[in-house]
Ligand binder design. Sequence first.
Ligand SMILES: N[C@@H](CCC(=O)N[C@@H](CS)C(=O)NCC(=O)O)C(=O)O
Length: 197
Amino acid sequence: MLTIYGDSISGNCHKVRFVADRLGIPYRWIEISVLKAETRTADFLAMNPAGQVPTVRLADGRFLSQSNAIMLHLAEGSALVPADAYQRALMNQWLFWEQYSHETVIAVRRFHKHYLGKSDDEMDPALLEKGARVLGVMDGHLAARDYFTGGALSLADIALVAYTRLAHEGGFRLADYPHVAAWVARVEKYLGIAATR
Ligand SMILES: N[C@@H](CCC(=O)N[C@@H](CS)C(=O)NCC(=O)O)C(=O)O
């Protein structure tokens, strides 16, 4: 059986759980606390030398990390990955964008504000501005479509919804991005997960 080493507060870890739940893949969840530095123990580093969750142990004992790589592996051949090569490439385009431009802003500000308790003055002021730009890009894209690629829910939606749905914890107002807010509600309903706002 699949084992997911994850922290319940981490959107990157939520992604893996959302995909496994959606596809009916059975798994065991082992809670690893980032705040308690449980990603830095010798046992954990032996599984993932980068010291990050999510990390999974596949049924055959092999390990895999990086949330989007794990999702791609679990969802291979499923309806969450477009069959059309161009639509699949577009999905990957959003997955890379999520890791480079979205997660590094939306998730980082949430962690600093909500979990480290930093005041606005103690955080990089550029994060708010960059977050507004990121949410604006998403809002513009979603103005004309229900899902990010291919006319159906894909891994791009799951990757992007993980931290977008928690963006208010980082001080972002989703109400300012109505197409994003409607899409979050749509994806949460599709995934059968409770709204957090
Ligand atoms: N790009 C990685 C990011 C993983 C990541 O940053 N994980 C955080 C929790 S969300 C973590 O384990 N932090 C502990 C650390 O880096 O020491 C992914 O998508 O899986």
